[in-house]
Write a protein that binds this ligand. Structure first.
Ligand code: NAP
Length: 332
């Protein structure tokens, strides 16, 4: 392949990011400089954070119009000008939304004896997926056997894994997800104890019915009204884990805060946010446990895969419309 096909930011969205905000471009491949490698990208991770990088200001690295969209990925080295990586090596890292990455070898993480398909390194073993779920459960929420654990965006990538880890740790798990199919999947395939369809059910009333003594850990991926519904149902000494708030990312200038935060004081509870990359020391342990569970079948990570670099803009929209079950990726 002599060209790189890449997706760049065409214009900054003010609401939902749609195809018009992205542009597909083709560029010739540059000559490799010493220390560089060329990687043929195999899978790109679609993450909710991509939307927060299109604003021009905020917590995550920002993307300017004309720049390639940031996206983590996995691939294989096809050309090398550095002794640390050979042709055929599997690598993971910040690939960008493109088919061929030319970069310094030291920016890539070499995957030793990789499991295949390489998509597992973005899903169950991915930093922004399995590892994020592990850290939020094990380091922040810390559910104890018999406690009630609730997770939102439960059928998505992080939520699926977080709920399964809480089950492994002996909690009773309630997943909140959009639609009857996702709710059925949580119980039938992931082993959750209860599921609440926030699009068709009264979340607050269902929580009161399922957990009359309250919720001990809430792993929140969504924010907005769902966060208030759970705050209204906290048990004494509950832990509310703020992993993300996807319901707010399309309009970050007008984030809707929880109106029931005083429940934290009334129930002697705490709310704590985290970002997985602040827990670097925990990542090897997390990866080891996740790989073990994946290997022995105690962790399931469904994958939702769209084909081709041209589907990247559609994939971002798909996530914000709740299209995905499990880890959403683009296969190149
Ligand atoms: P995901 O859960 O695979 O996909 C997002 C899901 O969110 C969608 O499938 C959709 O499912 C739900 N959703 C979308 N818009 C919604 C809305 N307005 N209200 C309620 N639900 C909505 O995505 P992910 O990559 O695993 O990320 C999940 C969360 O983790 C995000 O908030 C992300 O920012 C956060 N995150 C945090 C860290 C960290 O280090 N703290 C790292 C990675 C990700 P439904 O069909 O159920 O609506």
């Amino acid at each position: 392949m002599s060209t790189n096909e890449r997706v760049v930011l065409a214009s900054r969205p003010t609401g939902p990011a749609t195809s018009e905000h992205f542009r597909l471009e083709s560029e010739p491949l540059p000559e490799l400089e010493p220390g560089q490698v060329r990687v043929a990208v195999e899978y790109l991770s679609i993450d909710a954070a991509i939307r927060t990088m299109l604003r021009g200001e905020g917590f995550h690295t920002q993307i300017a119009p004309g720049e390639v969209i940031r996206a983590g990925g996995v691939g294989r080295v096809v050309e090398t000008a550095d002794d640390s990586l050979a042709v055929g090596d599997a690598v993971r890292g910040q690939m960008g939304a493109q088919t061929m990455l030319t970069t310094k070898a030291k920016r890539m993480e070499k995957l030793e004896n990789p499991v295949t398909p390489l998509s597992a390194y973005l899903g169950a073993l991915g930093g922004s997926t399995g590892v994020t779920a592990w850290i939020g459960v094990r380091e922040v929420g810390k559910p104890q056997p018999g406690e009630i654990f609730v997770v939102s965006a439960a059928a998505g990538a992080v939520g699926s894994v977080a709920g399964q880890i809480a089950k492994i740790d002996g909690a009773t798990v309630i997943g909140i997800a959009g639609g009857p199919e996702k709710c059925a999947h949580l119980i039938a395939n992931l082993g959750f104890d209860h599921a609440i369809d926030y699009k068709n059910e009264d979340v607050n009333a269902r929580l009161k019915a399922i957990a009359p003594d309250g919720i001990s850990v809430f792993y929140d991926n969504v924010g907005g009204p769902i966060l208030d519904d759970v705050l209204d149902n906290l048990a004494l000494r509950a832990r509310v884990v703020i992993c993300g708030a996807i319901s707010q990312y399309d309009d970050m200038d007008n984030v809707t805060g929880p109106s029931l935060y005083l429940r934290l004081a009334e129930r002697q509870s705490r709310m704590e946010g985290f970002a997985y990359f602040h827990y670097l020391d925990s990542i090897p342990t997390a990866m080891g446990e996740l790989a073990g569970w994946l290997g022995d079948g105690s962790l399931l990570m469904p994958e939702e895969i769209l084909e081709g670099i041209e589907s990247f803009p559609e994939a971002v929209q798909f996530m914000f419309q709740g299209g995905n079950t499990g880890k959403l990726m683009v296969k190149i």
